[in-house]
Design a protein around this ligand. Sequence first.
Ligand code: BDP
Length: 327
Amino acid sequence: MSRRGWGAFALGLAMTGLFSSAEAKDLALAEIHPPGHIIVKAEELFASRLAELTRGELAVNIKHSAQLGNEEKSWESVRNGSVDVVRINLGGMVKDIQSARLLSLPYLFRSREHMWRVLGGDFGKRVKAEVEKTGAVVLAYYDSGARSFYTTHKPIQKRSDFNGLRIRVQDSPVYKDLISELGGTPVVVSYEKVNEAFSKGEIDGAENNLPSYVSSGHHQYARYYSMDEHSSVPEILLMSKKSWDTLTAEQQKAVTTAAAESSAYMKKLWAESEAQALAKARKEGAVILEKHQVYLSGIETYAVKVYSKYVTNSEDLGVILDILRSE
Ligand code: BDP
């Protein structure tokens, strides 16, 4: 066969997928959590399903443990197209996305099921539309459970316990205002630097869900975990529009399917991962204050004051009332 003939033959094979590994397109996925975290497990499933569905054409390379920088950087990178896929928390997108601001409001959701119903409805569509205007494509949402406060020296049980405490928060005006409203001092520290901030005595507490509290090792510094469950802000998997546009329609469909499957997989594992984290925290000396031991009503009154600042027009007020009233 002539050289040209072989070339056409190889091209034909590649198109049938038989040469797919040689043709594989690598997609970097930026993640701050380490292997073993439930989110990374969900991403591993995303990667393996995508490889299967595309017969090896798309290979996801999970850059875990913040190899590509912190979440702030990931959010920037996915918008400017320098990273293909990122998994971040919607709480870190509040400066740019109004619906993320609303989602971060304390005590908005009564349960995980409530949050999933809201995300599955019009509000989820609004988040998607707002995010997509920024140059990122929404692939999936992931559970992030409920976030609660944890502290180094004494547990938080009522609002006055915040007095004088420096509490680490994500870089979000909503969280900063919440802590100030509660009487503490918010300190913005990126997730990977929280242990260092604890060990240097720069913060007295932080807040997170149980799997992250334990997987990060924060429980070794802040042993009092007070289950006030003040917020439930989901995680989001995003692809840069730039990368998305290089995929064929069939590949895009495979990406969407694999992402949806990984989100469903994580939904199933979430409760178990919280229970495992709780057991590990207790075993390693954490003191857990259950919801009934935290005097929520006092805290809630202050927390909801934050609403007046972020719910700024009648449309958003309607949205928030619908969420609060919905089943
Ligand atoms: C974790 C989220 C991660 C956040 C982190 C944080 O999975 O995306 O960035 O909390 O508090 O639970 O910064």
